[in-house]
Design a protein. Structure first.
Lengths: 754, 160
């Protein structure tokens, strides 16, 4: 059925309210079932053997002693996961990452796995597996990896995206360029230029729930997988591809997810657990330890970024360019390309050029992390913008307002913007009381802007009206932060019934059509679109049923405020029929009432935010403390404002941790030194102040209620906002994230010496 | 290794179980007793997701051996509500949207309960430092603090 997704300005009754979330009671009573909270009869416990080397050839693996150990039911190596990828390079990378084939590519890379009757037996078996390695030279640093003397990690990689294609392999997997105009001419017109290099270290999403799954392969070719994931349909497809299963015979159920932030968009343990189950003939449970999560899941890129921006003294930017180098782990990917696309997206530029360079290193395969690649680019660009504003003596907000992108601007990555929120968030920042609050000694204020594309994608929902008139809404996008609440509000709004009468559930892969995963801030955006569409289809059914009940033509029945209404006066003074009344009669009017929807949710509106940060720096120790933090972001339409605020606050907190503390620290041996929450320090309660939020609503023209994705943009500005605040507090430009106490102290000591 | 027989009290119920000498209380709760509300986020006492109260003291169940529960009194998230009536902290966490993914929530609730048992009227700073042993990656803690403050006020009889 055709669906009109165009924005319609109207008064909304349910959308915009703050009801209690439907999964709240389960989550405060301990009843909610996460990845590790599920068991099957006869289940085995799996453990994974991991490479202790950053780069090593696997000469041989002898599993015979382990196989003979008591309680061991199956052992697998790469030989048990044959290559079925048929030349698909990205799928092969996933396969090789799940279980190293010829070489271990990073500290923590899986080389074998065991299923045994309990954890103790599995651990004993791991110690009995004999792997003979030939240790190879490694490289983990983004800049070191592209030096001429760096060890080449994969001799089949010849840089893509450059002409002519190089004749020798290197660690630069690909290069991508964006922009328009003539930057050289633009720099000639500039009166002031800032040119600097920046670095950011690798961070982890830091979800509190480690990866966990239970896999059960049957001898008849069917299989089940219970797993914490952001996308169970995508996991199904990938696992089926890697194991040679028929897609529809693998049923994947998503558990409650204990945080993902992009890190649960890719398989690691799941194909391994399925392969073990297939070999053992029993269900297998595989739960990663925290150490394994850090060493062997998918952290974000480390980066090295050069930025050059030129401006006239009146604040008009004449040219901007950036070269962005991103690590992707051992396999080619597109993280630098995405970073290059986002870097100048906030600004209206005549001459702009960005180059993304993807760098292969001996670190875990990078996965998405909330607006992946954007925070690092924003850190570099927004730092340079701030410095330029200082140099020309212009207020940092005014400088950005003068150059902000607006409707009709051609984005630096190509498209022409529709109505967007960068200007309004900056204007809101300018007048926000935070901006004019006094600062004390050793305190600094910084601000920064951020952009994220947002995504729509394939979406499918079912809306079933029960006999009592209550409604079950089955969606296929995993609920990562309250989308069952927001989608229930949407269904209530469209049907015209109470929020309390809707029960939203996440359907498994065998009970609903395909859905892309919850990423790209698409959960509420795309599933709300499909929910509106499904609700409209259900209303259409109910209109016909009401017509049947009244014995009048369906075209004489319209839907208003949750009721079927007979149009005009020719059918007498009929009382409107409620959903409950229509549902009660369904058995006699044609059977169950439902609305379904399958669509590609196009038109996800781009998202912008502006953040303000106050920080205090202790010059004696280099330690810093966030004093005040404000997030201003365009939501399009905030469906459940409390959870929109939650997204703003959570993203800001993650960004603050990234800016000040979090980093992967590798030893000279290429081994990760801090794979735990003690040494990889994410912000705790006492590190942060309350985080102020201001929701702007600039409707997305491509959604019936104007909704935009809200989940990711909030992590984009904090690196730069914090860096600008520290730089303003100490009068020195900080260019290396995280700005940890040793780095601040070193900067202060260097300045004192010079 | 032979198992150890342990008799303890969990959520006011007498409980007996067998466990290995090196088995943690968390593994006993989750794997032997079916009390899955305490979560393992790290296994090293850094994240607080497995927080329970033992003899009135807040502990990480991953750092306590199952055998140490002998003769003790353990409170877990499963015993927080009274029948079908939620504890004020549980109610306020839902009302204030103080949870998103919810994996840390049982730990935060147990920690907050232990706090209010010793300090019914904590300042924001006291709450922040008490809860600093519990990691939340979703919320930025703002709404958690507000929920605890609101629950504390209600428990003091200052109906909000």
């Amino acid at each position: 059925m055709s669906f009109d997704a165009a924005y319609q300005s109207k008064v909304l009754k349910s959308v915009g309210t703050r009801p209690l979330r439907p999964d709240g009671v389960d989550k405060v009573t301990g009843r909610a079932r996460y990845g590790a909270d599920f068991n099957m009869p006869g289940q085995l416990v799996a453990r994974v053997l991991r490479s202790p080397h950053a780069h090593a050839k696997i000469k041989s693996i002898d599993t015979s002693r382990a196989a003979a150990a008591k309680g061991v039911k199956a052992i697998i190596t790469a030989a048990d996961l044959p290559d079925l990828t048929d030349g698909n390079r990205s799928l092969f990378a996933i396969l090789d990452n799940c279980m190293a084939r010829s070489k271990a590519m990073y500290d923590g890379h899986a080389v074998a796995a065991v299923a045994a009757i309990d954890e103790k037996a599995a651990k004993v078996a791991l110690q009995l597996i004999e792997v003979e390695y030939e240790v190879l030279p490694h490289v983990v640093d983004v800049d070191a990896a592209i030096l001429p003397d760096a060890p080449v990690l994969n001799d089949t990689i010849f840089t893509k995206g450059v002409e002519p294609i190089p004749k020798t392999p290197s660690n630069v997997a690909n290069q991508a360029e964006f922009g328009h105009g003539d930057v050289e001419a633009g720099f000639m017109q500039a009166e002031v230029i800032v040119e600097r290099s920046y670095k950011t270290e690798q961070t982890h999403q830091g979800y509190i729930e480690p990866h966990a799954c239970v896999a059960s392969c049957n001898t008849d070719g069917t299989a089940e997988l219970w797993v914490c994931t952001q996308g169970h349909f995508v996991y199904r497809q990938t696992c089926a591809d890697l194991l040679g299963l028929e897609v529809s015979k693998l049923r994947v159920t998503s558990s409650e997810i204990g945080g993902g932030f992009g890190g649960k968009t890719h398989v690691w343990a799941e194909p391994v657990a399925l392969a073990l189950s297939r070999k053992a003939g029993r269900p297998v449970k595989l739960v990663m330890s925290r150490e394994e999560v850090f060493r062997a899941s998918g952290p974000t890129s480390a980066t090295s970024i050069d930025v050059k921006i030129g401006t006239k003294k009146d604040g008009t930017i004449t040219a901007a360019q950036a070269t962005l180098r991103y690590t992707s782990g051992p396999y080619p990917d597109t993280w630098a390309e995405i970073g290059a696309m986002t870097s100048f997206a906030c600004y209206d530029l005549k001459n702009v050029k960005t180059v993304g360079i993807e760098v292969i290193v001996n670190r875990p395969k990078v996965a998405a992390y909330r607006a992946p690649s954007a925070p690092m680019a924003a850190f570099a660009v927004e730092s340079a913008i701030d410095e330029l504003a200082h140099k020309i003596g212009m207020d940092a907000v005014d400088f950005r307002i003068k150059n902000a992108a607006k409707e009709g601007t051609r984005a630096s990555y190509g498209p022409i913007y529709g109505p967007i929120g960068i200007g309004p968030t900056l204007e809101a920042a300018k007048t926000h009381p935070h901006m004019s609050a006094p600062l004390g000694k050793n305190q600094g204020r910084g601000m920064a802007c951020g952009f994220w594309f947002n995504f729509g994608g394939q979406t499918c929902t079912d809306l079933n009206v029960s006999a009592d008139g209550t409604v079950t809404l089955a969606v296929g996008t995993v609920d990562v932060g309250g989308s069952r609440a927001s989608l229930s509000l949407i269904a209530a709004e469209e049907l015209g019934i109470d929020y309390q009468d809707i029960k939203a559930v996440i359907a498994d892969t065998s009970t609903l059509g395909y859905n892309d995963m919850t990423d790209g801030s698409r959960g509420t955006f795309s599933s709300s679109m499909a929910t509106i569409s499904a609700a409209r289809n259900a209303i259409e059914v109910m209109r016909h049923r009401a017509a049947m009940m009244w014995d009048i033509p369906p075209e004489d029945v319209y839907w208003e405020d949750g009721h079927a209404v007979a149009a005009g006066t020719k059918h007498g003074n009929r009382a409107p029929l409620s959903v409950k009344e229509i549902a009660a009669a369904a058995g006699n009017t044609g059977g169950p009432i439902a609305g379904h929807s399958e669509l590609v949710a196009d038109g996800a509106g781009v998202s912008f935010a502006t953040h303000i940060c106050d920080i205090q720096v202790d010059p004696e120790t280099g330690s810093s403390r966030i004093l005040r933090y404000t997030v201003i972001q365009d939501a399009g339409k905030a469906v459940h404002p409390a959870y929109v605020e939650g997204q703003y606050q959570g993203g800001a907190a993650q960004g603050i941790g990234w800016a000040l503390n979090e980093e992967y620290i590798y030893g000279s041996d290429g081994r990760l030194q801090n794979p735990g929450f003690l040494d990889y320090r994410i912000p705790v309660c006492s590190d942060l102040p309350m985080i102020g939020t201001q929701i702007l609503e600039i409707p997305n023209p491509n959604h019936p209620y104007g909704v935009r994705g809200v989940g990711e943009t909030s992590i984009v500005p904090p690196l730069a906002a914090v860096a600008n605040a520290v730089s303003n507090a100490i009068g020195l430009r900080m260019t290396h994230i995280p700005i940890s106490p040793p780095r601040i102290l070193a900067a202060l000591n260097d300045a004192a010496r010079n | 290794m032979s198992s150890i027989a342990v008799a303890t009290t969990i959520n006011d119920d007498d409980v007996e179980f067998l466990c290995q000498p090196d088995e943690t209380l968390l593994d006993v709760l989750r794997n032997r007793l079916g009390l899955m509300g305490a979560k393992e986020g790290c296994g090293t006492g850094d994240c607080g997701a497995c927080s329970v109260i033992m003899d009135g003291r807040l502990v990480c169940a991953c750092l306590v051996l199952g055998a140490e529960a002998q003769g003790r009194t353990i409170e877990t998230i499963e015993g927080m509500a009274t029948g079908s009536e939620l504890h004020p902290l549980q109610r306020k966490f839902i009302e204030h949207a103080a949870l998103q993914c919810g994996i840390c929530t049982p730990g935060f609730l147990m920690a907050a309960k232990a706090l209010l048992a010793t300090n019914p009227n904590p300042t924001e700073t006291e709450i922040r430092f008490w809860l600093a042993g519990n990691l939340c990656r979703c919320t930025g803690y703002d709404k958690i603090i507000r929920a605890v403050q609101d629950a504390a006020a209600e428990m003091r009889g200052e109906i909000s």
